[in-house]
Design a protein. Structure first.
Length: 417
């Protein structure tokens, strides 16, 4: 049974059964750094569906339009109800499993023929994994607080999300370029697209709630290997000065140098860190992928926001659900694959040369033979031609729809008994 047929069949099969309508523990190194160089040493595999349809495409737009009709039908039939606040996993037995089965069938995650047992069996576990993947959650297959929260978002709210985002998708339905890159901020993901097909997909670290990544279109023109990093004034004020007040050796340890207006290096000990004097200097971090905030590479994107895409010296964030951690720039998982894509049409820059340049530590700028379009977008709901319907939290509260969840920092999740 196809995913689309499963969703329709599930909504019809259970319409009459619903009783009511839908009503950093990263310590040590991280603690001595500002936010731009956290300790990301965990696994870096992004658990996403293996689909080659870009989020910005005519196919995604058409699938989302069709999904709106299906969700409108679910809403008209009373929604999909709620599940109890109960932590459940494979092998557990509970009456709550029956509610969970009904809910998963309604959203097309569980086949209606999977049985009606109170046991949390392998069918339910697989359905929970599927649901989690569609909502950008780590696919554990077990019920946790974030999964229960997502399950209990009313169908009416999800329908409104789809209706809002289909308008956003239509605005990108024109020719985006034969080769382009898409950053979907709420999904904290990056897609490299060639000839309408996703060539590679990457987890990303994007802007914090109070330091948001902007929405804009531009062109990628250059790749900077082993770059210096010039600290933006906002980070000097918000992060660097407080760090120096706590630890006078911080700049030295992080290999960040201070320069005055004449280009002369300034001794950090001569700066009054209890005033705003530091904001009058330039701060530049030496190249070095193991400690430089850009990692081994920066992707140069001309724009008025002063943001770009880059590697990071520590990568554990890519294995987390919450990846809203930067000061507006976008950190890219498996960045070498993206660099290979960007430089594919630039002579002399095959994967062997890229890897060698990473190892060398040499400061090299590679200008693309042909610029690649890039789109920083904000899509919180979409469907793909395989029938999967995806939702993400409205991290920056741009949807304006009551009831849409907003991602929480790790440790802030609702406690579930």
């Amino acid at each position: 049974m196809s995913a689309r047929a499963l969703l329709v069949t599930g909504s019809l099969a259970l319409a009459g059964l619903l009783a009511a309508p839908a009503a950093q523990a990263q310590m040590n190194f991280a603690q001595v750094q500002a936010e731009w160089a956290q300790n990301y040493d965990a696994a870096t595999t992004m658990r996403v569906q293996r689909v080659d349809t870009p989020v910005l495409s005519r196919e995604t737009l058409a699938a989302t339009e069709q999904t709106i009709a299906r969700y409108a039908d679910i809403v008209a039939r009373g929604g999909w109800g709620t599940v109890p606040n109960a932590r459940l996993s494979l092998g557990d037995r509970s009456p709550a499993v029956m509610d969970l089965r009904r809910r998963l069938i309604m959203s097309g995650d569980l086949d209606p023929t999977a049985g009606s047992s109170e046991v949390f069996d392998s069918f339910v576990e697989a359905a929970v994994r599927r649901f989690q993947s569609r909502h950008g959650l780590t696919a554990t297959g077990a019920l946790n607080a974030s999964t229960i929260t997502a399950l209990n978002i009313p169908a009416q709210v999800r329908l409104q999300q789809l209706e809002l985002n289909v308008v956003r998708l239509r605005s990108y339905s024109g020719d985006l370029g034969q080769r382009h890159v898409i950053v979907n901020i709420p999904a904290a993901s990056v897609e490299a697209v060639a000839d309408g097909v996703v060539a590679s997909r990457h987890a990303a670290g994007v802007g914090k709630i109070d330091r948001q990544s902007p929405i804009f279109n531009s062109r990628i023109i250059e790749v900077n290997f082993n770059p210096f990093w010039t600290v933006p004034a906002s980070i000097i004020r918000r992060d660097l000065i407080p760090k120096m007040r706590q630890d006078p050796n911080y700049l030295t340890d992080m290999r960040i140098r201070i320069y005055n207006g004449r280009g002369e290096e300034v001794d950090p000990r001569t700066v009054n860190w209890n005033s705003d004097e530091a904001t009058r200097f330039m701060f530049r971090q030496d190249p070095g992928g193991e400690f430089n905030s850009m990692g081994f590479v920066r992707i140069n994107i001309p724009n008025s926001h002063g943001v770009f895409m880059h590697d990071t010296p520590a990568r554990g964030i890519f294995g987390e659900d919450f990846r809203f951690v930067s000061s507006g720039c976008v950190r890219v998982q498996s960045v070498r694959d993206l660099i290979e894509f960007l430089l594919a049409e630039t002579p002399g820059w095959d994967r062997t040369q890229i890897d060698a340049t990473f190892r060398s530590g040499e400061r090299i700028d590679a200008r693309l033979s042909r610029a690649v379009n890039v789109y920083w977008t904000y899509i919180t709901a979409w469907a793909t031609p395989d029938g999967l319907v995806h939702f993400r939290d409205d991290i920056y509260q741009r949807d304006g729809i009551p009831g849409v969840p907003m991602a929480k920092l790790p440790g802030e999740e609702e406690v579930v008994n």
